[in-house]
Write a protein that binds this ligand. Structure first.
Ligand code: DGP
Length: 114
C-alpha cells in the first residue's frame, strides 16, 4: 500500500529493528517504546484494522496471537505478564493504518487503559 510506513518496513524501504520475520508476519521494535519491551507485530498483507478484515485475514490474526505468546516466553515475560494492544481508529490512538498489535511488558500497567 502506497504511503504506508509498515508496508515500507516490510519492503525494506524504511529500516527497523526486526525481531522475527516469515512469509506472513513481521515483528519489530517500536520506534517510540512505551515499556521496557515494546514490539509491534503485523501481517505482511495490508489491512487497516479489524473493521477492514476479510475472511482471508482470519488465520493470520490467530497466528499473531500465538506468536505473541512464543515471543513473550522467549523474552521471559510470560510469568510477569504482558499486554497486547490493537487500536482501531484515530479516535482511540491508531496512528499507523496497517493493522498491528503492540506487545508491551516490563512495567506496571494500569486498568482501565488510558
Ligand atoms: P498505533 O498508535 O496503535 O497506530 O501505533 C503505531 C506505533 O507505530 C507507535 O507506537 C509508533 C510506531 N511507529 C511509527 N512509525 C514507526 C516506524 O517507522 N518504525 C517503527 N519501528 N515503529 C513506528
Amino acid at each position: 500500500m502506497e504511503n504506508c510506513i509498515f508496508c515500507k518496513i516490510i519492503q525494506g524501504e524504511i529500516p527497523a529493528k526486526k525481531v522475527f520475520e516469515d512469509e506472513q508476519i513481521l515483528v519489530v521494535e517500536d520506534v517510540s517504546p512505551q515499556a521496557p519491551l515494546h514490539l509491534l507485530i503485523f501481517p505482511k498483507r495490508h489491512f487497516v484494522n479489524c473493521l477492514d478484515m476479510s475472511p482471508d485475514d482470519d488465520a493470520v490474526v490467530g497466528y499473531i496471537f500465538r506468536k505473541a505468546g512464543e515471543i513473550a516466553r522467549q523474552r521471559g515475560v510470560d510469568g510477569s505478564g504482558f499486554r497486547l494492544v490493537q487500536n482501531n481508529g484515530a479516535g482511540v490512538g491508531q496512528s499507523v493504518f496497517h493493522i498491528h498489535f503492540h506487545l508491551l511488558a516490563g512495567r506496571t500497567f494500569g486498568w482501565p487503559p488510558g
